[in-house]
Design a protein around this ligand. Structure first.
Ligand code: 5GP
Ligand code: ZN
Length: 119
């Protein structure tokens, strides 16, 4: 598990590694996935280093709520069609068994016309 100083998503949130930014505020950063599964595929991350949902506690409830509430607005801005015909998928891979490769909590938001590469 990577420590914050070696964490690729901490570096992306800090602008030390370039990314295609979708959104930034004081607590959150959103950017396009480098290998998109769907026509729209971006990630929302907390700027704070939390390794995964397995480390999320009550003290993170507001932060996680902000991530969830931000997703629909950004999905529409990025070209997902509107609910109910349109929509998007939110994925939070957690741990090796959950398919997590980058150990900085991140919410995948995927959408757009099908077929998708995966998902
Ligand atoms: P996980 O499998 O951990 O849920 O997803 C990690 C995601 O991060 C993958 O979809 C992968 O394509 C994406 N990713 C990994 N490294 C980078 C990077 O340097 N830049 C961007 N934009 N995405 C990355
Ligand atoms: Zn990190």
């Amino acid at each position: 598990m990577s420590h914050p100083e070696h964490c690729i998503f901490c570096k992306i949130a800090a602008g030390a590694i370039p990314s295609r930014k979708v959104h930034e505020d004081d607590e959150l950063f959103a950017f396009h996935d480098i290998h998109p599964w769907a026509p729209v595929h971006f990630m929302i991350i907390p700027k704070m280093h939390i390794p995964s949902m397995a480390q999320a506690g009550p003290e993170h409830a507001a932060l996680l709520g902000r991530m969830l509430v931000l997703a629909p607005r950004l999905a529409l801005e990025q070209g997902c069609a509107a609910y109910p015909e349109g929509g998007f998928r939110i994925v939070l891979n957690t741990g090796a068994a959950g398919g997590q490769e980058v150990h900085h909590l991140h919410m995948h938001v995927m959408g757009g016309p099908r077929p998708w590469l995966k998902g």
